[in-house]
Write a protein of this length. Structure first.
Length: 200
């Protein structure tokens, strides 16, 4: 299990209703208990799933990084050229799913406060249900750039675009797992939003 989608949907208000929640969690428990083994990606996820099924049926197999393809690259960056960014520009990058749980308006509102500093650029790469509304609201700002989902062979180049990787989360979803190993392998440290900061 990579994520707890039902938990997230109710935590951020995407789904609502007492009886709908009861039925959704009952169906989830019914389905999970039909498996002999459940594999998840972190100890935090294991503890959350253990509230739904016996803990001895859960094992952890972490998402790791292919260090032969995800690594630090020094020198020029193709995405800087594509977006018209100067070598000295400081790039803040979000890459991933663009939906209610990510609360990306927090990042983009921060970008608006940085408009007077032309050397700070914000890049959002990915796709999802809230992307179009974000593009309509923020897409004309000169310091904000949007990119589509990138093919696997361009992922390393994309990650190396950033001077700072950012992960925002709706406050209702901050207890869910965050995947940041790729950032570490390109030599960057992440920052995040949420009560108490990011949790990995």
């Amino acid at each position: 299990m990579q994520d707890l989608e039902i938990d997230a949907a109710f935590s951020i208000g995407h789904l609502k209703g007492y009886w709908l929640q009861k039925m959704a969690f009952a169906f989830e428990r019914f389905m999970l208990r039909r498996f002999k083994l459940i594999i998840t990606i972190s100890d935090r996820m294991r503890k959350k799933i253990a509230k739904k099924v016996p803990e001895n049926s859960i094992t952890v197999l972490r998402n790791w990084v292919n260090i032969s393809t995800i690594k630090r690259i020094d020198g020029s960056n193709l995405f800087r050229a594509q977006l018209g960014l100067a070598p000295q520009d400081f790039v803040v990058l979000y890459s991933g799913q663009i939906g209610p749980k990510q609360a990306l308006h927090l990042l983009l509102e921060a970008a608006l406060k940085c408009r007077d500093n032309s050397a700070i650029k914000f890049v959002v790469a990915g796709d999802g249900p809230t992307k179009q509304s974000l593009v309509e609201t923020y897409g004309r700002e000169p310091n904000i750039h949007f990119l589509p989902v990138q093919p696997e062979h361009r992922l390393c180049e994309l990650l190396n675009l950033a001077d700072l990787h950012v992960l925002t989360q709706d406050h209702g979803a901050v207890d869910l797992v965050l995947l940041v190993e790729n950032w570490w392998h390109v030599g960057e440290w992440p920052t995040g939003s949420g009560h108490g900061g990011p949790r990995y």
